[in-house]
Write a new protein. Sequence first.
Length: 517
Amino acid sequence: MTTITDPEANPTAADSGSAGALGVLPHWSAGAEFPGESDRSADVYDPATGQVTKKVALASREDADAVIAAAAAAFPKWRDMSLARRTSILFRFRELLNERKGEAAELITSEHGKVLSDALGEITRGQEVVEFACGLAHLLKGSMTENASTKVDVSSLRQPLGVVGIISPFNFPAMVPMWFFPIAIAAGNTVVLKPSEKDPSTANWLAALWKEAGLPDGVFNVLHGDKVAVDALLESPSVRSISFVGSTPIARYVYETGTKNGKRVQALGGAKNHMLVLPDADLDLAADAAVNAGFGSAGERCMAISALLAVDSVADQLITKITERMATLRTGDGRRGCDMGPLVTGAHRDKVSGYVQAGVDAGAELVVDGRDQEFDGAKDGFWLGPTLFDRVTTDMSIYTDEIFGPVLSIVRVSGYDEGLELINANQYGNGTAIFTNDGGAARRFQNEVEVGMIGINVPVPVPVGYFSFGGWKASLFGDTHAHGTEGFHFFTRGKVITSRWLDPSHGGLNLGFPQNV
Ligand code: NAD
């Protein structure tokens, strides 16, 4: 029985730019709002009320070309701006972000639905990358060797690419773009960000913040849209690289199309993250972790745990502890101090509910049914509560598919070997975690598991900003992970200079291949 509280509630959300009162959120180009020529737009919902709160522009090819041209025009000056000046703009952006991130968190909650504390958390994790990028002068240092050959010096340096495209998903409207743009900008590139059309306003807020921080117009631009905008970025000769994050089919498409068009591409895809709980684990810690990582942000995280591999001998005990904790969770409007918010759209909620029914139909044991709960929010919100299945088998769609919702599936395994085999057989390899007090087992796991990011008694092992983020297999196309030193490598290209300053004693003809003497 579903009980809806406070059906009239429609809490105020911070509006962004000129899009209030069902206006159309415009693009941001050359330091100002840019409405574009296209008459296409998409609805933006408040997921906690189910109401359309604004529309967002969907770019035409001409709109996209205009925004890309603004970024290209800004490139030469920005490329040549001193590292000292770039650094001071980044520091200023960091300070403004730190002071005002509450505004952005409200925007995120009003369009994504995640609870306010979680929205603030994603901005803080993105801020880590801004702080890392403030060290740009050190990170962009080249190298120099004197007398590589007699009186010949060799030096190397890295230069920016030009216009770089960033295409981001709905689930982290601030953090995922911030995995890339602080480093891209620090390295001297100009940026066109194509955010998700489901929660687009944070991108405009960030653009206005950059302007306030003193970033020259045209260095950071926002292009709103769908496939038309994405294809424009993939095909424009002015765009030198693409950083994509989203679902695996689109990541594959972006990688294949972008590289075919001569761009460097990093395309991060979907996930199905497993958590393996060995019998010697601290089961209270494991139960806390499973609930936090399974239901945080309503499971709409690429690092969410969605399959829990429990060794048979402790599975019953672990399930009891998990269900006790689930009973304390409050699902509702993210502005009301709830633990978990709604799903991003009605269509996505229905899709996830469909998976729950598919699990029941396939014979999994539904321990907690999220469809049958009380929600602290408006009646039309996109609600689905935390859901737990036991005795899930590997042929069921709730196991094989990325659900991207608050559904945790328990698969019982005989021990470490069977657990490892399942994780390594999965098409995805984004994140995984092992819970154990056996250091030897943990060490074997980190060595043997075919996944990019590993947690040992840590359920959501998102690397800090100065390390790099990225999965393996169908979770990442391309070889460069996001942020950290790999980020600086991605957003620059190398040049090696071999120089000799002639003195009168040196010279003469020699048609042989140059050798170092
Ligand atoms: P999505 O693939 O639907 O959309 C991602 C971006 O691609 C958006 O900007 C969207 O406008 C664009 N897009 C959508 N369809 C397109 C098409 N046909 N052609 C061209 N562009 C298109 O993903 P989403 O639903 O916004 O985000 C959820 C997905 O992102 C999940 O699969 C999740 O695992 C993944 N994700 C992965 C990571 C990671 O680090 N690997 C991080 C966050 C999210």
